[in-house]
Each structure stands twice: as structure tokens, then as C-alpha cells.
Design a protein around this ligand. Structure first.
Ligand SMILES: [Zn+2]
Length: 1008
């Protein structure tokens, strides 16, 4: 029997199968809501009658309601999830600032029932046992009283003064679908899901309130006419959209106050000073509401849809004067041509308290009137409102779609970079290993940021990939068919896929499967290539190699002498041969010429018919100004830069640097060649050709959050190399501790001591293995950092290990530990502190270049810097007191002083004097008071004076300024350590006599 069934299933066309096995159904609800706003309490008190029709094939035994406003109070899952992720909003709110929605006196089928809170202590879901089971096809009535308040901290809802954004304000029926009751706590990741129904809503509000809501006002005055800013365009209420409602309403017409009443409806007296407004809406799954006595009104229309705009005082130039109305009409027009006619009679666009924007059926609540935001939120009226997806289960179906259609709109209005910027952002997340499937139940994402990135940005990119695969006109047809087939129904990814496959006549299962349910990496490469003459023209056979697990149709272009031909292959096979005919002789083969496959490595996508460099990665050279390194999506960028510096032995040294990168993270290779012109007449005169070469993060070693480098150099009397590896680990992209682990093997030999300051180097070679462990984290208001370096080395001279200098061990141990803490004490006041301990010793002592330095970084750390590394270089001459921070951090001390072990503490108190975030050259200027203290431990110290290194402290004042040039941020720091306990150690040779003296130094790095 089973085998037979399997056989039948296997031969059935898959669409029939899908539809045949799961016939679509949705529940039906009708709400009667009566509510009164109590000011100044800001509480909405109401009663509600819900008629519920069970269209499901199941017998129901319980019934559930959303109480969304209970999310915005202490102890809710929303608040806790905020707190965990470092956003404190609702957990700190006290009465009367937090939001709530209580139900009382609940009756189902006429009988009182008890509330159950299945997600307690969260109370955003309330459940009731039915007095008797509800059979398929049967209906029931649910009645409840309730009160509701919105919070003073706005999040989609909120209140400020007499402005209330009652976004989700009434007990709302939970959807029952083929998964059962969709009882989800309202948390930051995840939005709404509702049953379609009709709403009759009676609102009693103070007379001066101006209202915006889902539906149309059918009796009473929403306040629009009095607030209308364009009297030449009288207010249209749109009652005629619902002819059936006329018989259910008594009282004056819309726009006029009076004794309004629905038939069969609670009808208490209207309080003094209040007005009553009746609203009606059909086939919506939510009823949103906002009110503010200061709202200004402007109206418009697109086709049969009225546009109501409500803005606030001060918005005259940004929303008023028809701007928001026009933009809302433009958005309606765009969506109308994309999907089809709007399903409802009106669209209200209002200026809410919160920033950003949120969509509700017929209402968008926006923080600004930007065209992009309006297209996005209004777009949700299609993809969410009319095509109603389950926003918990498949958030991409509304956010991905509306982001996609907003970018497409931008494209048609000439905006550049929509696709490119989004694709690059998603690629960063993919390469960093952060991506999670686009179609994941929203609260299963690891955090709110990843949820957003996946359902908005990567969801958008998926739809862009579909558009690339099927083409623009088929994409358009898919959207229209999707809308026709599924409007005013609940949709899911499978429904959309079926439409896309029907319309395109393509099997899209791999595309949907990989993009929505996996995190594939795409990488296509040119394999073997052959070309041959054929008739009048040429054919080129190209082997397309799929190196990633991701599969997507890929274009292969052959660029001939005078023509170009493109052939698309399905991209499925690991290796596939493609034949491309051209009229002229082929020159270049290019895979994915339009850069649309999300191919992370475009460096292997080109082949050239040349003698040398057939497979050289596509690259471009630019003049590197040091501050801004270029990066490109589809080629290696190579920055070329002439260099010049000076030191005593080499004199003026000229050179040339080339640095490369791909995507800003791979192939960060560097080659620097330099030639010292020498210092004629000086003993130290050296003319030599030097080089520094680095290979870093090659594409073939790609591994998320790892970095590898290999270096070789011959630089100013030293030669050697480095092999290094580093890995960063972080559980969450934007919060939580960030760990770094690393290891390096380094060798530095000396072949010419003329360049070296004997007080920094002795003439031995060093091979050192170092491991690093680092962490950065936040704890409350503290920013904390820690670092541990542990390793050791071998010392040798030109005759080998055995013959090193007396008093110098062949082996040394080197360890450093550092902790930093920083916190804001007041708005402009920051405290920063550092503790440090370092030891470098064998049985006797370590070579001078590996000792622990009192006030500066050590000689190996300075090796990369031509202004620091050699004697007489620009930043080490005595008249230019530069501090390269590191070691014990006693900044007033001479940079040459070192010892076998040092412990130190540094503190800074910094006050911001000037903050200009938009300014690049001086974005911040601050003054600081600082103090440094260090204690040398054990063994002979090797300071300039020959004195032993004991306790050394300094203190003084400083000035800092933050700058940004191109992509580079840095600061300049001037410190004036007027006190130095051991003045003979002073970096300034003019201040070596007394503890209190004028001293100064500068740096382009923070002290720590
Ligand atoms: Zn959205």
C-alpha cells in the first residue's frame, strides 16, 4: 500500500501534489471594539466582541489572544532579550511609563473563562480553554473587557504628551493555521501575523484629538477638516468604499459630531468634552490607531485609494506642502504597477513618535517622510498587509520583499549602488561566517542584528538573485501572479516558489533551497580554455569550475577583438564545458561579467589569450595616498606609492611601495623596495638596496575570521622574516566578548650595526616564537581589554648559537600581560586605566632589543616604521620627542630605557572640549590629566644613565585631537609630563635635572 502510494506520488505533477495534499484555508474573524481614551492617564479602556469562524479541518479546544503591549514592560521576553543584547529600554520603566494590555471578564460562548499565560512571566499571549470544542465549520463569540496603555519609551508604539501611537492596542486573535495556534511572544526579532477580518470600531476621544487609523471613518469627526492645511482640497472620508456599512450606522455623516452608533453595539453615553468616531474596515488583519491634537492634515489620492497624511508641527517643510502626499502617491503608483491595484480604500501616512517606520494595514507610521521609507513601509501594505505572511516564521517574505522592491524603485529613479552595496554587505557577513538561513523562525536567530541582516538584506539579495535568474519581465510577471493568486490570504515561501516556477517554467528548487535554507558560498572559476576557428568566426570552449557549494546560473563572456558573446550555464555541475561563438578572435574569457552571482572570489574568473599571465587576477593600479586604501568587488586593487625617509646611516632613503588587497580582506600583500643614498662623510655611510615583502590572507587560505601572514625583509642592517597566524572569535557580531588568539615565529638578524642605536640593539640574531591571547568586552559602562603574550626565543650571533656574548643566555622567556579599562564618568568626562606587567629574561638577561621598555614599544614593534626603527630617524632624534606607546607606558621616559621586568599602572582622565562629529580634520578635541607609575624588577636595568631601574612615576596634562583623512582615523596627542620622579630618565634632554620641569612629547597614537 505504501509502495503504491509512493509510486502515485512520484508520478503526480508536483504542483497538483502540493495543492492537492494541503488545500488552503484560513479562519475568519469579525471584531466589534468600543474604546474610550482616558486623559491625562493615557489609558484606553475598551470592550471587544469577536465572532470567530473555524474554517480549519480541526476541532478547536482552546483560543488565544495577543496582548502585544505587554512586551513593552519590565520582565517581558522582549525586555529581557533587549537587556541581553545590550539595549536597555523597557526593563527599567516604572509605572506609569511602561505599556500594558489587560483582559478581564472574558466570556466565550457566553460562559466565563480563565486566562492562562502559557509563556509566563511573559504575558503577550493569553490562552483560554473553550467551554465546548469548536467543530470545523462552526463559529463562536468571544467577549472581553480590557484596558491598554502605550509606553513613554517609543518602540513601534508609544506616547509623548498627548500624542499616542496605539499601534497594537487591543486583544488580537492569534492565527490558527496548519501549524496550530501561532502563539509567539512579541520579541524584538519577529513582527506580526493576523487573521483577516472586518472591524467595527467605536472610539470616544477628547474633542480636539486628530485621529489616523486603519479603515474609514463612517460617523463622527476624526479631526481632519479642522487640521486640513490645503483648504482648496476638501477632506474626503471614503465612506462610499463600504456601501454595506450604511445600514449598520446611525448618526451624522463622517466629519460631523453627534450621537454615532453601530447597530447591535455597546452604546454608552459620550462623556462631556469627548467626541465619538466610528471606523470600519474590511479584510484586514490588524487595526492600527494613532492620535495627536497637533496633527496637521493633508489629503490626496491615487486611483481609487485616498491618501491621508498626518504630520506634526515643525514638519511643514519636510512633510507639508504636499510633499508627503506626493511621495505616498508615488509609492502607491510604483506598487500598483509592480503588483496590481491596492486592495483597500485608503492609506494613512503619519509621523509617529519613534524613528524608523512600521507598517499596518492602511496605515504606515513613519519617523520621516523620506521617499525610500515611504516606499518601504507602503510596500509592506502589499507584502505583509495584503500578501499576509507569518512574520515570525518567514520574516524575509515581508522585509526581504519590501527591501527588494524599494531598491528596485530606487533603481528606476536613478539611484546607484542599491544592488552592489547590499551584495557587498551580505558578502561580508557570509565571509565572516555570520550568516544564518534567510528563512528561519525569527526568534531562532542568534541575535536581533543577525535576524535583521538576514531577513532584510539577505532576503533582498535572494530576490535580486531570482530576478537575475529569471530576468526583469518574468520577475514582474511573477510578482503580479503572486498578488493575483494570494491577495488577502496567508502566504508562505512555498506558495511564492510555486508561483515563481509556474510563471518562469523553471525548476527553482536549488535557488530557493540554498538561499533560503542554507548559507552557501559561491565561487566559479575559469578552468581549461580552448579556442578554434570555425567557418568565418571562432568558437571558444570554456570549462566553468564550481569551487563553492553554492549553485546559480552563471554567464560566460568571451570578449573578441571586435565583438563579445555571452552564454549562460546552469552552474550546477562541479565542472561544465560551455561553447561560446564569436565573430572575431577571442581575447578574454570572463565568468560572471555583470557580477551578479554573489561569487566571493572574482580573482579566478578571467582568462586571457596572452603569452604570460593568462590567469593573472584582474587588477587595477592606483596612486596610493596612504590614507585611503581602495577595494573592489571584482578585482585586485594595487596602490602604488613613492616613499622617502631619513636615518643617520642610510641618509635620505627613497623607495617605492605597492600594496594590494581584494575586498579589503584578502591578498593584503605588500612589496616595498628602498635604496639608501648614504651619508657621505659620515662613518656610518651605508648605501644599500632593501626590501620588505608580505603575503597576507591569500584567497586560497580563506577561513572565516582567520588571518595568515608571511613576511621577509632586509631592512636597514637587519634581515629576517615572520610567519604569523591570528584568529578572532566572537559569539555575537555586535556585542559580547571578542577573543583573539595568535601565534607567530619571527627571526631578526643583524648584518650591519651602522643603522642601529646601541642602546636599543646588541649585535645578535633572534628567533622568537610568540603566542597571543586577547579579549575585548563591555561590562556595564566599562569597556575592558586584556592581552597576554607568552613566548620565548633563541639568541645567536654570526658564529652560531654557542658563541653568544657573555652574560647573555641563548634562550630567553618573554611574557607580557596587560589590562585596560575605560568608562564614561559624565557626559564629557572619560576615565581610562591600564595595568601592565612584562618580563624578558633567561638565567641572566635578554638581548637589549627584547627587553621590557619603560615608556615605549620595543624595537621589534618599531621594525615596520621607517620613522622609528633606525638611529637618527625622524621620530627618534632628540629634538622631536615622539612616544610610540607600549611597555611600561611611562611616557616622560626616554624610549631607550629597558629592564628585565617591569610592572606599571597608567591612568588618564579626559575631558572633551569640542565635539564636531561631522568635521573630519578635527572631530574631537580634549584635554587630559594623566599619571604613569612603574617599578623595575630584578637584574640590571639598562637605562641611558647606567642607574638601576627602580620606581619611576610621571604626571602631567595633555591635549588630544581626533582626525579623519580618507578612510584613516587617527589622533594627535601632546603630553606635558611636568613631573618625573627620576628626571635623569627624561625623554627631553633639557629637563634632566629636577623632578618638576617643563617637558613635552607627542604621538599619533593613544597612550593606551
Ligand atoms: Zn520593513
Amino acid at each position: 500500500m505504501l509502495t503504491l502510494l509512493a509510486l502515485v506520488l512520484a508520478t503526480a505533477p508536483h504542483d497538483t501534489l502540493r495543492r492537492g495534499l494541503a488545500p488552503y484555508w484560513q479562519q475568519r474573524v469579525a471584531y466589534d471594539i468600543a474604546a474610550r481614551l482616558e486623559e491625562p492617564l493615557g489609558v484606553l479602556r475598551g470592550s471587544e466582541r469577536i465572532e470567530y469562524v473555524n474554517n480549519s479541518p480541526d476541532t478547536l479546544r482552546s483560543f488565544s489572544l495577543h496582548l502585544h503591549l505587554n512586551a513593552f514592560r519590565p520582565g517581558s521576553r522582549w525586555s529581557d532579550s533587549d537587556s541581553t543584547e545590550g539595549r536597555r529600554r523597557f526593563n527599567d520603566l516604572k509605572d506609569p511609563d511602561y505599556a500594558y494590555n489587560h483582559v478581564s471578564n472574558v466570556r466565550i460562548m457566553g460562559q466565563p473563562v480563565t486566562a492562562i499565560y502559557p509563556l509566563a512571566p511573559d504575558s503577550t499571549i493569553v490562552r483560554f480553554q473553550l467551554p465546548t470544542p469548536l467543530a470545523p465549520g462552526d463559529s463562536m463569540v468571544v467577549e472581553t473587557d480590557w484596558d491598554a496603555r502605550v509606553s513613554t519609551v517609543a518602540r513601534r508604539q508609544g506616547r509623548k504628551g498627548r500624542h499616542y501611537d496605539f499601534a497594537q492596542w487591543y486583544p488580537k486573535v492569534v492565527v490558527y493555521d496548519r501549524y496550530g495556534w501561532e502563539e509567539h511572544a512579541l520579541v524584538p526579532a519577529g513582527e506580526f501575523y493576523g487573521e483577516f477580518g472586518n472591524f467595527r470600531v467605536q472610539l470616544d476621544v477628547p474633542k480636539d484629538q486628530v485621529l489616523g487609523a486603519t479603515g474609514v471613518p463612517v460617523c463622527g469627526d476624526p479631526g481632519w477638516a479642522a487640521a486640513n492645511q490645503t483648504p482648496s482640497r476638501p477632506v474626503q472620508y471614503g465612506v462610499e468604499a463600504y456601501p454595506s456599512i450604511r445600514d449598520q450606522v446611525s448618526g451624522p455623516a463622517a466629519g460631523e459630531n453627534g450621537a454615532c452608533a453601530f447597530t447591535n453595539f455597546p452604546n454608552p453615553a459620550i462623556p462631556v468634552g469627548y467626541k465619538r468616531v466610528l471606523w470600519y474596515a474590511e479584510s484586514v488583519h490588524h487595526f492600527a490607531l494613532s492620535m495627536n491634537p497637533e496633527y496637521r492634515y493633508e489629503g490626496g489620492a491615487y486611483k481609487n485609494t485616498l491618501v491621508h497624511v498626518l504630520y506634526r508641527p515643525g514638519d511643514e517643510k519636510t512633510w507639508g506642502d504636499g510633499i508627503a502626499v506626493k511621495r505616498t502617491e508615488t509609492a502607491l503608483q510604483w506598487l500598483d504597477q509592480l503588483y496590481g491595484p491596492f486592495a483597500w480604500p485608503q492609506l494613512t501616512n503619519l509621523h509617529r513618535i519613534d524613528g524608523g517606520g512600521t507598517e499596518f494595514p492602511m496605515v504606515i507610521m513613519n519617523g520621516s517622510a523620506s521617499q525610500g521609507l515611504i516606499v518601504h513601509e507602503l510596500g509592506h501594505n502589499y507584502t505583509m498587509g495584503i500578501l499576509a505572511n507569518n512574520e515570525w516564521r518567514e520574516g524575509w517574505l515581508d522585509e526581504g520583499f519590501t527591501s527588494f522592491q524599494t531598491t528596485w524603485f530606487g533603481e528606476t529613479t536613478g539611484q546607484k549602488g542599491g544592488y552592489e552595496d547590499n551584495e557587498a554587505g551580505v558578502l561580508d557577513l557570509d565571509l565572516g561566517g555570520w550568516s544564518e538561513p534567510v528563512s528561519l523562525v525569527s526568534d531562532k536567530y542568534s541575535d536581533f542584528v543577525i535576524y535583521n541582516q538576514m531577513i532584510y538584506s539577505k532576503g533582498e539579495l535572494f530576490l535580486e538573485q531570482l530576478r537575475y535568474v529569471v530576468g526583469d519581465s518574468v520577475m514582474h510577471e511573477i510578482l503580479q501572479t503572486y498578488y493575483q493568486r494570494w491577495q488577502l490570504k496567508h502566504v508562505d515561501g512555498a506558495a511564492f516558489q510555486a508561483v515563481a516556477e509556474d510563471v518562469s517554467q523553471m525548476d527553482l528548487s536549488t535557488l530557493f533551497g540554498q538561499w533560503l535554507h542554507g548559507t552557501p558560498m559561491f565561487d566559479y572559476a575559469v578552468g581549461r580554455v580552448r579556442r578554434q576557428r570555425q567557418g568565418d568566426g571562432w568558437v571558444t570552449h570554456v570549462e566553468v569550475v564550481r569551487k563553492g557549494d553554492g549553485m546559480i546560473p552563471v554567464d560566460v563572456a568571451v570578449i573578441g577583438e571586435t565583438d563579445t558573446a555571452v552564454v549562460r550555464t546552469d552552474g550546477m555541475a562541479p565542472r561544465a564545458w560551455v561553447t561560446v561563438p564569436t565573430r572575431s578572435e577571442p581575447r578574454v574569457v570572463l565568468i560572471d561579467p555583470s557580477v551578479r552571482t554573489h561569487d566571493w572570489n572574482m580573482l579566478n574568473n578571467r582568462y586571457r589569450f596572452v603569452l604570460i599571465g593568462k590567469r593573472a587576477p584582474p587588477s587595477a593600479n592606483y596612486l596610493d595616498t596612504w590614507f585611503t586604501e581602495k577595494e573592489s568587488r571584482d578585482r585586485l586593487e594595487r596602490g602604488l606609492m613613492p616613499t622617502i625617509w631619513y636615518n643617520t646611516a642610510g641618509g635620505i632613503t627613497v623607495g617605492f611601495r605597492a600594496r594590494e588587497n581584494y575586498l579589503g580582506m584578502f591578498e593584503q600583500n605588500q612589496l616595498l623596495m628602498s635604496y639608501s643614498l648614504g651619508a657621505p662623510g659620515d662613518d656610518a655611510n651605508v648605501q644599500e638596496l632593501d626590501f620588505f615583502a608580505r603575503v597576507k590572507n591569500p584567497v586560497w587560505l580563506r577561513s572565516p575570521n582567520q588571518s595568515e601572514r608571511l613576511e621577509a625583509f632586509r631592512t636597514e642592517g637587519r634581515w629576517g622574516g615572520l610567519l604569523g597566524w591570528e584568529r578572532t572569535q566572537q559569539e555575537h557580531l555586535t556585542f559580547g566578548p571578542k577573543w583573539t588568539q595568535g601565534a607567530s615565529l619571527r627571526m631578526v638578524n643583524i648584518d650591519n650595526t651602522a643603522f642601529l642605536d646601541p642602546q636599543q640593539y646588541i649585535d645578535v640574531g633572534i628567533a622568537e616564537l610568540m603566542t597571543t591571547l586577547g579579549v575585548k568586552t563591555r561590562s556595564g559602562k566599562w569597556q575592558l581589554g586584556g592581552r597576554l603574550n607568552l613566548g620565548g626565543g633563541l639568541v645567536f650571533d654570526r658564529d652560531g648559537l654557542a658563541s653568544v656574548q657573555p652574560n647573555l643566555d641563548q634562550f630567553y622567556f618573554r611574557g607580557e600581560i596587560e589590562g585596560t579599562a575605560r568608562r564614561q564618568l559624565a557626559k564629557k568626562l572619560t576615565f581610562a586605566g591600564r595595568l601592565y606587567g612584562g618580563v624578558a629574561a633567561g638565567a641572566h638577561t635578554a638581548a637589549k632589543q627584547r627587553q621590557i621598555y619603560l615608556g615605549s614599544s620595543d624595537p621589534f614593534e618599531q621594525l615596520y616604521n621607517p620613522f622609528l626603527r633606525s638611529e637618527g630617524a625622524l621620530l627618534v632624534i632628540d629634538d622631536v620627542p615622539y612616544q610610540a606607546p607600549g611597555g611600561g607606558g611611562v611616557r616622560a621616559a626616554d624610549f631607550r630605557i629597558s629592564g628585565p621586568a617591569i610592572i606599571a599602572a597608567n591612568v588618564e582622565l579626559e575631558r572633551t572640549m569640542l565635539l564636531r562629529q561631522k568635521s573630519k580634520l578635527f572631530s574631537r578635541v580634549s584635554v587630559a590629566a594623566f599619571g604613569d607609575a612603574a617599578q623595575g624588577i630584578g637584574g640590571p636595568a639598562q637605562p641611558t644613565t647606567g642607574a638601576a631601574l627602580g620606581f619611576v612615576a610621571d604626571a602631567g596634562l595633555g591635549v588630544r585631537a581626533s582626525h579623519r583623512i580618507g578612510k584613516t582615523s587617527f589622533l594627535t596627542r601632546f603630553d606635558f609630563p611636568i613631573y618625573l620622579s627620576e628626571p635623569e630618565f627624561s625623554r627631553n634632554d633639557f629637563a634632566r635635572n629636577q623632578a618638576f620641569d617643563f617637558r613635552w612629547l607627542f604621538s599619533v597614537q593613544a597612550a593606551f
